[in-house]
Design a protein around this ligand. Sequence first.
Ligand SMILES: Cc1ncc(C[n+]2csc(CCOP(=O)(O)OP(=O)(O)O)c2C)c(N)n1
Length: 596
Amino acid sequence: MLKDEIKQLNIGELKELCGKLRARIVELTTKNGGHLSSNLGAVELTVALHYVFDLPRDKVIWDVGHQTYAHKLLTGRDDLMENLRCDGGASGFPSPRESDCDEFITGHSGTSLSLCLGLARARDLKGEDGSIVAVVGDGAFTSGEIYEALNDLGDRPTKLIIVLNDNNMSISRPVGAMSKYFNRLRVNKKFVDFKSGVKKSVSELPFVGTPLVKTLTFTKNKLKDGVVGNKFFERFGLKYYGPYDGHDLSVMTDALEQAKKSNGPVIIHLLTKKGKGLTEAENAPNLYHGISPCDESKSLSMSKAAGDALVALADGHEIAVITAAMADGLHLTEFAKRYPERFFDVAIAEQHAVSLAAGLSKNGVKPYFAVYSTFLQRAFDQVADVAINNLPVTFLIDRAGAVGADGVTHQGIFDLSYLSLIPNMTIASPKDGRELNALIEFSLHFDAPLAIRYAKSYSHDFGSCAEVELGKWEWLIKADTPVTVLAVGKTNELALGLKRASVINARFIRPLDRKLLDELNGVVITVEDNVLHGGFGEAVKNYLYGKNKVINFGHKDEFCDIRDIKKTFVNSGLTTENIQKTIDAELFSLEKSRKV
Ligand SMILES: Cc1ncc(C[n+]2csc(CCOP(=O)(O)OP(=O)(O)O)c2C)c(N)n1
């Protein structure tokens, strides 16, 4: 079924289509993993949008973009979806490379409204027509950028539709005052249900049915306004409609048709159920927010090691833990349960999280901000402020390096570079969970900004780790050879299999272990799960300039959309075999030059 055929269907047929889309989404995510519950909740909404709007002339921007599977299936991508999140298949997020019905590559929360406002203002400047729709979840509505866009929109309003997809869930339970506000609006759900009930009984009446329903809808909206008595959105110049049942196709299509006719900004509040149609997902939407393919092999979890270390540290120490809506993925739920007063889930607000940590540290509480590498990018400025003020904030940077299936928008391959730019920032990276634990213990008494970055998982337990000392590296293999490999974090696993080379675990990226570097003779090979530009290898090369030959292994300086971690490593030459080849070639040429 394609989007244009949808417009010919009646309500019964549209419902049938929704059932088929749901079944296909379950089938695809079981095979390939993905954002199951968010997508199941957005099926009717997607069908209603395609029923009312005409893409790509009209434009729909999905916030984050993780809920676009039905949209992809309706826009000619069924074949691509067969390999969802795999190389050569559809991305798990919008991608204009796949379809002209996707405007932007997205994946980070809170950008949709700004993007839409830009599209709308360009449309206006060029004297063009067409609807522009932002689909924003209640979780995404906690992102600060949404309010920056609302503020701007309120200043210079234009024709634009916001669909608030409110499933009362972010990845886990949504937090914050805005979420409480949505709860107040949600209380009026009874009007929606009542309206739907009325609609069912009168809409079949010839001639009077539709107008009567419209009048009733209008009356209910007026009534609702009176009851809620809160004009939050109106203060931004938006006309608010809802809340409506986001699984009732006829109610939604009516509301969207009305919105389409409006010349100003409109917000339509839809109530949806995350995981809709699959009992397990409806009952535990957080567990089914992002699922792994069923045959994924289990590896050791760095995130769990971090979560456990924080729980252990909290006993007897004045620490606090902060997350920006990622408690589940970061294994912080146990900490939250045991120490609720010292746990701050600030919603999708990374910038705020960093400054909050700055405030806590200034007033004597040691803060740990646990965050995915890719999402810390938007708080670069706040991280720099922490460093300017030399505050003892510890950043636990998870999902660093190649991330696999989430693809180009989620790669954590830039953090060593962007953090290395910031003066006064100490950066460390552990090779396994044991060393992560040791670094977190070390951080407790470290009186300055510290970033500890690590991949989601590791596959080798090194068994022991040398005591952590600031800027001191760890010898893993001391061999009688003129080649030394300096490995960062996860890449120590690759270096272990090497022959005819010494191996050092470069656990601090900043400061470098200069004393050790000064002692090294011969060829130095650096290995890191980060782009080469601005990373660890470059810093070593600069330091050893004129003294040692330095060869760097790392990711290419490009956006990387490879959806598999191993393949990403292979693509970057980050394999034991490839590094071994370089070692052997260097040994050969050293030998040759000695003979000459
Ligand atoms: C800046 C940023 N931080 C964190 C995330 C991770 N993330 C992806 S979806 C999501 C929850 C979004 O909730 P909502 O908008 O309500 O969508 P739902 O999945 O509930 O439909 C989060 C926190 C992100 N994509 N971007």
